[in-house]
Design a binder for this molecule. Structure first.
Ligand SMILES: [Mn+2]
Length: 327
């Protein structure tokens, strides 16, 4: 059982089921405008009880922390928007892969950030550890990319090596950034220092500089970088896919081209398409142990496109995880 209090924050933002259908209603831009999240007449994916005995399905968890962002804040507002985008009534509950998730996903609510990141780290790590220890598969909606570090840390409870697939424009390999080891620019460096992580595969990278190239050498064969410019065909993506190993997938939304995902703090042209990333799931042969979609910045988004894409990617991940739980 979880040993810490899990609080669902009163949602800011005045979300409702019409958000995505009526462009005059705004989602996710004003932290001051606190209204209770209304019950959404949804596609119906949420409905499972994460605390029910024997529940082994996907669990949606919001991590509303953007304290480690180096440039723009705002991604702390993303979990509520992604949640609304996920369960809004403009979609049905069946994934591309044909899995109907109606009533099969548990919404764990948002885990509030603490007043310093060390405390937030311990809290997020503990949530990840608890869910995984109970045989559940967590799907985290960030927050900035720094939240991935504690939740991957929590996977050590599996007691076996884990591989991390990171979709990103940035390698996030700085040993420290502007004096902080927990900056969102250091995410992969911190993850590669974990003993239970034996491989990080980065896909979509297009912001490598000299410092980070030096770091690549330091991590050697435990780090594979697939730059966006190398990704012209299906074959090259498939070549980087592992089979039948525990995999955690971290999707920094800036891995996508900004034309698909404009609502990020660090947009870098020349990125991945949603089709490429969705097809990764369709061709994967992983044991998916967890996933996140991070760095959605509602303050920069256009017509909620980035939140909708984050929700869609998580949806396919949850469908993948549901399918694997049936065997
Ligand atoms: Mn990034």
């Amino acid at each position: 059982m979880l040993s810490i209090a899990l609080t669902r924050t009163d949602a800011p933002l005045g979300l409702n089921a019409n958000c995505l259908e009526n462009p005059t209603l705004s989602m996710g831009t004003n932290h001051e405008n606190t209204k209770t999240l209304r019950t959404i007449p949804f596609a119906g994916c949420f409905g499972a009880d994460a605390r029910a005995a024997g529940f082994r399905g996907p669990v949606f968890v919001g991590l509303p922390d953007d304290s480690q962002s180096s440039y723009l804040r705002g991604s702390a507002g993303a979990p509520e928007v992604i949640r609304a985008a996920y369960d809004g009534r403009c979609y049905n509950s069946t994934s591309e892969s044909g899995v109907d998730l109606a009533g099969k996903v548990a919404d764990f609510g948002d885990i509030s950030a603490e007043d310093c990141f060390e405390k937030t780290y311990r809290k997020y790590c503990s949530v990840s550890e608890s869910l995984v220890a109970e045989g559940k598969v967590p799907f985290f909606a960030g927050g900035d990319h720094a939240v991935t570090v504690p939740v991957v840390d929590g996977l050590k409870t599996l007691g076996q090596p884990v591989q991390v697939v990171q979709i990103d424009a940035h390698p996030d390999l700085y040993p420290e950034f502007e004096g902080s080891r927990f900056s969102h620019a250091c995410t992969a460096a911190r993850i590669l220092e974990m003993e239970h992580v034996d491989l990080v595969v980065q896909i979509g990278i297009r912001a490598l500089n000299r410092v980070q190239q030096e770091q690549m050498k330091r991590f050697g064969s435990r780090l594979r970088v697939l730059e966006a410019r190398e990704l012209d065909d299906r074959a090259s993506l498939a070549a980087y896919m592992e089979s039948e190993v525990p995999v955690y997938v971290s999707v920094d939304m800036d891995g996508f081209d900004p034309s698909y995902a404009p609502g990020v703090s660090h947009p870098v042209p020349g990125g991945l398409s949603p089709r490429q990333v969705l097809n990764l799931f369709h061709r994967a042969n992983w044991t998916l142990v967890g996933m996140d979609a991070v760095e959605v910045n509602p303050l920069r988004d256009v017509n909620h496109l980035t939140a909708i894409l984050a929700a869609r990617i998580l949806h396919e991940g949850m469908a993948y995880s549901w399918q694997q739980s049936q065997f």
